[in-house]
Design a protein around this ligand. Structure first.
Ligand code: PHE
Length: 453
């Protein structure tokens, strides 16, 4: 058969391993870097509230769809559509996901590289004195320089490649299983530290008291985009990981737990960042620089701030790495199963492409900043195209495919793992309604609203 892989398909070894690998993919720069600044820019708790509604009613059902597609087909993102709808153009939707993953990984590894640079600086206790404050000028001069950010990006890519070469069980599962609990503990320590600072109460109120006056239509679009990004939806990662999940696993439970843990991490990251931002009188709407510019300034003034900085940047790096490997696996699974490459060759081939793309993204902050496509530099273009176009369409098509192309019995069979687990009463009907109608309408509505605005 055409999509017979050239080597035996690997699988996850345990339920906990699956959950932590999924959570490892979901928890990343999106939670620690993107979520806090979007909350800051879009009215604090008002944004969180809408975000949570999208997560529960739109994204969780989409995640279940990706689980269904992956586990039922036991194939990569492209192969899944090819297997489930043979001879139709649906396989191109799968290709869209593979492309989305490649685009995201290209700019993601640049930011992953920045996190290594800041970790190295934190270890050198650079954030302990006001003279060491590396604020905006330092951040800008680093990201716009030529070689240093490229070197850190390459180190980041190399780390992801090494883990992926080891495979699903021995690489992805082992690595994420030991790291996710560490990450959780680190983030909780940081959140407690931040929330016990004098003057932090204002930040806690900001996070949890809705201010709808700052919430605009664009905030709604940003909330859905962030929910997709944070839950790793629409780019084949959940689908690919789910294809390594055995028939006996409960995928409804696993999707719900992954969603819950990812959201918890985002809220903990908010609690680690916002109270400290307020305690030190910094504006919460700083944008993407919040983590790299604001936090070092805060760390330098904290008692034991040097230590807090190390904890934070270790967390940021690890979270980015566990997400990057899930993006890389989408491409690797595609190359192994569709192009019949062996895993190490697939890693080598894809790495050579990613090195070029990531270097371009890195240079677009500096020497190539004048190269603009649709008035965006390469980094912003990759970010924009993947998060706002490819992922959204990827998620939309996945949900339409499951809702309108698969049979309801097959969906229920997959959700109950062949009748092993009983679904709560009314659950299948409610989910089916969301998948067939509510989710596509909301996504298309927001896409149109985005176009108009
Ligand atoms: N979910 C990851 C984060 O929040 C990013 C990501 C997106 C990972 C898409 C995989 C796929 O950082």
């Amino acid at each position: 058969m055409s999509n017979q892989p050239s080597e035996k398909r690997d699988t996850f070894a345990s339920s906990l391993g699956i959950l932590l690998a999924m959570t490892g993919s979901a928890v990343g720069l999106g939670n620690l870097w993107r979520f806090p600044y979007l909350v800051g820019e879009n009215g604090g708790a008002a944004f969180i509230l809408v975000y949570l509604l999208f997560v529960v009613f739109i994204c969780l059902p989409i995640m279940m769809c990706e689980f269904i597609l992956g586990r039922r087909s036991q194939a990569n993102a492209f192969g899944a559509f090819k297997k489930l709808a043979p001879g139709t153009p649906w396989k191109h939707v799968g290709m869209l996901s593979v492309l989305a993953a490649a685009f995201i990984l290209s700019f993601y590894s640049v930011v992953g590289g920045w996190s290594i640079k800041y970790l190295v600086m934190a270890c050198g206790l650079k954030f302990t004195s006001p003279e060491g404050i590396l604020s905006e000028t330092m951040f800008n001069s680093f990201v716009t320089s030529t070689w240093p950010p490229i070197i850190y990006t390459l180190i980041f890519l190399a780390c992801s490649g090494i883990i992926i070469v080891a495979g699903v069980k021995n690489g992805i599962e082992k690595f994420t299983k030991s790291l996710m609990p560490v990450l959780f503990v680190l983030m909780v320590i940081l959140a407690v530290r931040s929330m016990t600072l004098p003057g932090s109460g204002e930040g806690v109120r900001y996070l949890f008291k809705p201010d709808f006056s700052k919430f605009t239509a664009a905030s709604g679009i940003a909330a859905l985009g962030q929910a997709f990004f944070s839950l790793s939806l629409g780019c084949g990662t959940i689908l690919t990981y789910a294809s390594y999940v055995s028939r006996s696993e409960n995928i409804v439970k696993c999707s719900a737990q992954t969603t819950l843990l990812d959201t918890l991490f985002a809220l903990i990251a908010g609690c680690a960042i916002m109270p400290a931002v307020f305690a030190y009188g910094i504006s919460p709407g700083q944008g993407p620089g919040l983590v790299f510019v604001t936090l070092p300034a805060i760390f330098s003034e904290l008692p034991a701030g040097g230590f807090a900085a190390i904890i934070f940047f270790v967390s940021l790096f690890l979270a980015a790495l566990t997400s990057a490997i899930s993006l890389l696996e989408v491409v690797i699974a595609f190359l192994i199963e569709e192009c019949k490459l062996r895993r190490p060759t697939a890693v080598a081939v894809s790495m050579s492409v990613f090195v070029v793309l990531a270097v371009l993204c890195s240079l677009s902050q500096g020497v190539l900043s004048h190269v603009k496509i649709f008035s965006l530099n390469i980094f912003d273009l990759f970010d924009y195209v993947s998060a706002n176009v490819l992922m959204t369409f990827g998620a939309l098509f996945a949900v339409i495919f499951v809702g309108h192309k698969l049979k309801r019995e097959d969906i229920e069979d997959e959700l109950s793992s062949g009748g092993r687990y009983r679904l709560p009463k009314g659950f299948a009907s409610a989910l089916y309604f969301i998948i067939r109608w509510a989710a596509p309408v909301v996504i298309i509505g927001l896409l149109v609203a985005g176009l108009i605005s």
